[in-house]
Design a protein around this ligand. Sequence first.
Ligand code: SF4
Length: 613
Amino acid sequence: MDVIDQILPVVQKPARYAGGEWNSVRKDWDGVDLKVAFAFPDTYEVGMSHLGLQILYWIVNGRPDALMERVFAPWPDMEEEMRSRGLPLFSLESRRPVRDFDILAFTLQYEMSFSNILNMLDLAGIPLMAEQRDEKFPLVIAGGPCAFNPEPLAGFIDLFVIGEGEEVINEFLDAFLEAKRRGLSRQELLFEALKVPGVYVPSLYRVHYGEDGSVLKVAPAVEGVPERVTKRVVRDLNGAPFPLRPVVPFTEIVHDRAMVEVMRGCTRGCRFCQAGVLYRPVREKKCETVLEQAAGLVRNTGYGEISLTSLSTSDYTPVRRAVKALVDEYARQGVNVSLPSLRADNFSVELAKEVQRVRRSSLTFAPEAGTQRLRNVINKGVTGEDLLKTVSAAFREGWQAVKLYFMIGLPTETDEDLDGIAGLAGEVLALGRQAGVPAGRLRVTVSVSSFVPKAHTPFQWEPQAPLPALKQKQAYLSGKLKGRGLAFNYHDAGLSFIEAAFARGDRRLGAVLVNAFKLGCKFDGWSEHFSLSRWLEAFRRAGLNPEQYANRRYGYAEPLPWDHIDSGVSKEYLGLEHRRAMAGLTTLDCRAGSCTGCGLCPALAAEPVYAEA
Ligand code: SF4
């Protein structure tokens, strides 16, 4: 404890490690049977913006027999201090070493945080490899979107939870406690945990490789282990636990506001989007539930902004009613209401005006592709006309800044599609001028990321464009997107390349991760820390080529390393969607009333839940 207090004044942003925030929970260590450390493998500011953390923290600390404390990846300056003083990774609440907990639970939001997981295990004094850990060490578990292709992390994680954590956590903790009471060994405990649907224990599966090195299958290595693990979903969000007293940080974080999740899932079916598959089916909360939860959050946090979060909030059926009621209630208190993502097709300027009654910022749209042809390929159900109409109305209503998100390297992309991005940006700028936005204030920001093929999507078979091609596309756009009022930024293509290798990686990539950790890779999602040369060296030392994972077209009939993980959406449907993409055919949203046969509802015995408008 003394050492931590000595270190904090000399590191950047000590509030990242101090704990003691409003609504944080510090329970009596000896008064509970089960101690869980929730580990977010990125900075405090990123992790504390994650609603999933707050939900699980609320659930576990709501149990009388358990506690959950938080730990984040220390920034390199803090890590240096910790290592030089022999201070192990510690939790924020009790400042106890993470290795003293029963369970260490990582959330996997992004492939480029994998190196931080290894670094955190090492800092905690916990052996990296699951097979080297015995009963002295916490059980290391993981969940989140990247658990849907868990194989690159299979050697490090004892057990994955596939699907929505709040559906599984209590069953799993009960099983763990029972195993602990019965004095079961670690191995026996892992077997017991298999009784909880949605649990995947990678050490109980063996990967079979073909002569050419391709993955033939990931199959049970022992009897009694399920062939496939199907994701878990919450059926009704209205009754699901929701944190009404979330932890409020002392320091500014990425999403520094009260978050009410209005719905989960999105059936729009953009063909590159993994979240759209993983979080199916759509489940909307009743408007009344949203209003009650918002009231609780404002009362218990003191935040000046309520964000209505989801993958596509303007699709939330009662969005107008919810926004109007919230603005009416909170505007006089100076509490702002925000919608994180807007669609240009169904989004109305009236709704935006309502939302921005308190404060007016820039509007963000994601057309993703520059031409209608390519937007049809990716099934982005928005037309250029819709976008221009909406933007034009927004400029007339007083907005002066618009952000546009695009992707490059999408399947079938040509130069014409890149020209389309520049063309759309130019048209938006011209509309701003026509609407009389002063030249010094008018701003159109074009943000471009590189397409990364993700497991469980219709584009899972597609290659990523080779790295030199991605760089060339960026340079091409950079030459076109110049001029007063235009800003252009793009993501590091090298980073997207390594992300693509891991997104479709198999178990062999564990060796690459160990090499990368030894070479000092960490915070790879941060371009100032990412080093492509170190990652290439890590692959080289493992005798693997990242291009074989990122830039290869996978065959329809080829077994995929994540085939044993069942998202509920059938592989046949994904293949059909891929073929439709190549034919330029769009697929309508099942929200419109007709099921497109993705397979999820029958597979999970679940169905979409829509609220009344
Ligand atoms: S099975 Fe049909 S209704 Fe259910 S999510 Fe898929 S497309 Fe929609």
